[in-house]
Design a protein around this ligand. Sequence first.
Ligand code: ZN
Length: 201
Amino acid sequence: MHLDVMDGHFVPNLTIGPPIVKWLRPVTDATFDVHLMIENPDLFIPEFSAAGANWISVHQEACVHLNRTLELIRHHGCKPGVVINPATPVESLTEVLDMVNLVLVMTVNPGFGGQKFISSTVHKIAQLAKIRRERGLNFRIEVDGGISTDTVAEVVRAGAELLVAGSAVFDGHDVTANARALLKAAQAAAPQSRVAEVVRI
Ligand code: ZN
């Protein structure tokens, strides 16, 4: 379960904080994949960990001392992830790829649900898959933003394995059918992939 945390500063929207994560924790055993779109994430990592986060991802653009922040996440018992916005190159992650559980490639500019997929980001997914192979690393590749039955094949073929979907799952009347259709389209596009779907709330 992918939890989008926004602070109204790093991104122009506000969503949830640690108390909501804490209240959700008894409801499900699902992995909580907490995506922090906030300034000064170091200040909140202990609280999100205590609230029940399993994975915590931070934006490369929000972290002056990214290495330290990723270490801090691990120190608090969570798996660290790093996120890049559409304008940020993969090369900016070279020195931290061996420290992370996942790399999240934003396929929209973060801040709002229901945005149009930016297809120029897809080459970064393939680039990460290539680097992972060449360096023998094992981070997972996640995508977030504009993922739907129209766009999922493209990202999965490029190497995306964790697919974050909000509107594509929750719009309409049948959430289960929407989720199944998206996962089926992903699996059809790349039958050998370790693809999984993460529902955004
Ligand atoms: Zn997200």
